[in-house]
Every structure is written in C-alpha cells, then in structure tokens.
Ligand binder design. Sequence first.
Ligand code: PEP
Length: 257
Amino acid sequence: MSNKNRRTVIAGNWKMNKTPAEAVALIKDIRAEIDGKDTSGCEVVACVPFVDLAVVLDACKGSAIKVGAENVHWEKNGAYTGEISADMLKEIGVEYVIIGHSERRQYFGETDETVNLRVKAALAAGLKVILCVGELLAQREQGITAEVVALQTKVALQGVSADELKNVIIAYEPVWAIGTGRTATSEQADEVCGVIRAVVAGLYSDAAAEALTIQYGGSMNAKNAAELLAMPNVDGGLIGGASLKAPDFAVIINAAQ
Ligand code: PEP
C-alpha cells in the first residue's frame, strides 16, 4: 500500500521530563526551528506532562504544533485520586492523547482492557488518540510479534466505530526499542505496521486501513528518521528522547515532509 493519501504525524512524547518553565523554553526552541518553514507535509504534536499542558498550549499559539497529553482516565469524573479525565483535557484545548504506552503497561499495570476503556472515553470526548502497541523482546524472539500486536490492536479498538477510527493513530512501538538506542530496522518497522494495517482492514474495511496513520516509535532520531519514514506503511513517528532536543526534532519533522 502507498502512504501518499495518509496523514503523516510526528509526535513528541516528553514523558516525565520538563517543568512548566522548561517546557515553554523547549517549545520556543522548537518554534525557532520550524516557524515560517513549510511543515504542511506532516502534523506536528507535542505530548507533554499534565502540568505543562496549559503553558504549552499557550506557547504553541500561532504555530503548527498541536498539543497532546500522555494519558487519560476512562471515567468522566469521580473518586479517582490523581487521575485526569478526557473532558478536562478537551476543555483546556488539548487535541491528542497517547494511550497504552508501554511504560504505562509496564510500570502502572495497564492492560489491553483498560487501554480500550481509555480509547473509548477519549474518542467520546472528541480527543484524537495515539494508541501504542508493541511486542516485548522475548515475544519477538519467540516469533509471536504479529500475534501480540494484533491482539493489542483488536482489544484496544473494541467498540470503536469506523467513524471514530478516523480520530485514531496507531503507534507501533517495539518495547525493546524504546529508549534503548536500539531501533527496529526499517523493514521490521514496515512489516509490523503492515500487520497492524491488515488487522484494521479485517476489523473495519480496506478503505479504513488505507486511511489509518500508523507511526513507528522506538529510538527514532535525526539520523534514522528519513529511512524509517520512507517505508510504505510508516506514516510518522512517536519520538521520545529525540523530541527533547529541538534541532533533532526539527530534522525529523523535515524528514517527514
Ligand atoms: C516513546 O517513548 O514513545 C519512544 C519511542 O521513546 P524513544 O524515542 O526515546 O525510544
């Protein structure tokens, strides 16, 4: 399949980095790199810690940068100490939310089922979802990558309509490549993104799968981005470490044009 008709999305995942003041400084640095340049070839998103959202939304005004959160709870409100609802994000102007990141699954007990609840709540509130799926190193070595990623995708999308799917991006993030400096080869990334697209075709339709943006994430950086982004099934990147360095993030955005 060709990726010519799909939206390319380059999203930074800042994780638990940057205080509000540091966040504003980083947005300024990114804007210094990209403001006034043609970035129409891709959408640029900064997914930032909850406490940074308000100041980052303000700092991004008048730029091409959209703002996302890094997680969301599935209930509308209630006694969930420490949690943030989709309506809260929506009301302050957040557009995107990352759901199901492997660090949430690994350190905070998230399951495919809670990922599904979060996806549905975010979509119902009008947020765009960056849904993360990906295999552990042991699962790749066992040769079950396709099965793992297919199951994660199917459960996460249960009860999501074809119309709602238009607001979903899937990020294929092999867990062994996240923050390790060990990137999937462009062939590996393309192959698994193709598996995800085939799963979505089976769940919805060929047209829905063809229209779906599928990102690769896992040690994407200024050096390897162009090769990864050139693959037919790779429609963008979810970028951790390199999104914290404005010049590197700008190189990745340029590679996506
Ligand atoms: C991520 O956190 O989604 C990620 C891909 O991180 P890194 O780019 O640092 O591997």
